[in-house]
Every structure is written in structure tokens, then in C-alpha cells.
Design a protein around this ligand. Structure first.
Ligand SMILES: [Zn+2]
Length: 148
């Protein structure tokens, strides 16, 4: 499985991570999937509604999720996964991330060190939910709509 991102989306996720630092930011990846290739065509910034000060955890509100699902369907796009930041922490999934993840979806994690975007990684959960597998992020040329 590989995830394709445009430079505009990459920058959108990085900007969101910096803006919300030292809190975790989160958002949704919309796009198309063909075989093992996922193409992100839109990144949608979400509000982190987790109660624990959002520093190590993120939670997307079901209402916001519903709205994005509707938009995606109207545009013929799939929800491919989510992105979130790890403030002052490496771009490696936490136990919490694994607990809340679903198979098939792509989880992009951006490390933000001192407010500066650092490493970005992508992960999918194994079907038996035992662990995450890292998957490559490829940059694609055509910069589609960068999202909100
Ligand atoms: Zn995390």
C-alpha cells in the first residue's frame, strides 16, 4: 500500500501541525483508492475535541466526521484515513493510535518539534489489528485542491 500526496497537501498538514502546536492537530484525508494505491485529493482540517488538553491524543467529533463523509460522497471521494501531529514526539504510532485505528485506512503522523514540522510517516493497521505497518508516502505532481 502506498499513499500519494501532492506538495500542497503536505504543506497543508505541516502548516496545521505548526499552527496547533503544542497541541495535536488532526484532519481527514479524502481521495481515491485503486488497488494498493491511495491518492489524497483533499485534506480537511478537523477540530481536536479530545478532553485531555489535546497534547497527546486526538479525537474527531462524530458530527464533523458525518459532514465530511457527506461532502466526500457528493464529490465521489473516499475517506482514505486521517492525519495527526505528534508535538515534540517522533512520528511513530502510540498505543492509543493503534487502539483507535481501523484496518485499511491510512494514518499519517507528523512529528512537530518545537513548532517546526519534522518527519512525516504513514501507517496502516494489520487486519488482525496486532500492529501498524509503515507505508511509503509518494509526492505527486498535480496539485489538486488543498482543502480547508
Ligand atoms: Zn498519535
Amino acid at each position: 500500500v502506498a499513499t500519494w500526496l501532492s506538495e500542497a497537501h503536505l504543506r497543508h498538514i505541516q502548516a496545521h501541525g505548526s499552527r496547533d502546536f503544542p497541541h495535536e492537530c488532526c484532519g481527514i484525508l479524502l481521495g481515491t483508492a485503486k488497488g494498493d494505491e491511495k491518492r489524497v485529493l483533499r485534506t480537511v482540517a478537523m477540530t481536536n475535541t479530545h478532553e485531555d488538553g489535546h497534547e497527546r491524543r486526538y479525537l474527531i467529533s462524530p458530527l464533523e466526521m458525518l459532514r465530511v463523509e457527506k461532502e466526500a460522497r457528493a464529490e465521489g471521494l473516499l475517506i482514505l484515513g486521517t492525519y495527526h501531529s505528534h508535538p515534540n514526539h517522533p512520528a511513530v504510532p502510540s498505543d492509543y493510535d493503534r487502539e483507535w485505528a481501523w484496518p485499511w485506512y491510512t494514518y499519517i503522523i507528523l512529528s512537530v518539534m518545537g513548532g517546526i514540522p519534522a518527519e512525516m510517516t504513514a501507517w496502516t493497521l494489520l487486519d488482525d489489528r496486532s500492529s501498524f505497518q509503515e507505508e511509503p508516502i509518494h509526492l505527486m505532481d498535480a496539485p489538486p485542491e488543498a482543502g480547508s
